[in-house]
Design a protein around this ligand. Sequence first.
Ligand SMILES: O=C(CO)COP(=O)(O)O
Length: 299
Amino acid sequence: MAATASSLASQFSGLRREVLSREAVPSTPLFLRSVHSRIRLPASCRPPRGVVAMAGTGKFFVGGNWKCNGTRDSITKLVADLNDAKLETDVDIVVAPPYIYIDQVKQSLTDRFEISAQNSWIGKGGAFTGEISAEQLVDIGCKWVILGHSERRHIIGEDDQFIGKKAAYALSQNLKVIACIGEKLEEREAGKTFDVCFQQMKAFADSISNWTDVVIAYEPVWAIGTGKVATPQQAQEVHLAVRDWLKKNVSAEVASSTRIIYGGSVNGNNCSELAKQEDIDGFLVGGASLKVQLSNIIY
Ligand SMILES: O=C(CO)COP(=O)(O)O
């Protein structure tokens, strides 16, 4: 049995071979940046630094957001499956268990995986009942935190500025941040997708001064948990727009080096087509990261 994170990573190895076998490769820096982020090219083939900035790892990124799911037993089983799975070496794989199982997962999952929290407090810990601080997450071995997830924005009511400040504080404590953005269905239908995403990006950019440890997750709300995955074209359009926004509002280097991953009903059947898009650098997977998927593993 192999869990979806490994399934996605394995499918990705097939994709890399496919990209490498293409005869004609357009040579725009953006395309090179994108291809380079997905395939391991010999050093002699890599675009020179300065032409295409390659800060960060540039690796494809697969995150599993387990949300508020699981029990001690089901997580023991999932971890065993992940530990047994055949995984690509050059894909960053991160799992985000519920807080109370982080220590269990950290103790039992191999170092091949990094652990993320699904939230963190806006500042230093103290008298904040029910909250978990960035310092505490670092203390138990978390490397990442997901911030700005739409479920926290729209169900819990966190606003853009609050989320931006959380990101800044987490980064200041050496937690890497998966910064989520995305529009609701009515916003897309009103033609406001870019406005919403750019406003959410601005709140992050107002608080973040160093983007090295940030991955942006574009997660259209209408695609989360609905089975209605964005088409590869819909996702690519927004990823490209967000990268362009970063270029204009932060820097060309940050735009080219920051990974922008897609989330929303990703599974073993649809991930390959999405991953072929130039500006999709990975996935944040919810429901499918809890399930076993055998059918589409490509070696
Ligand atoms: O919210 C998500 C990941 O953070 C996506 O969830 P689903 O993959 O279940 O749609």
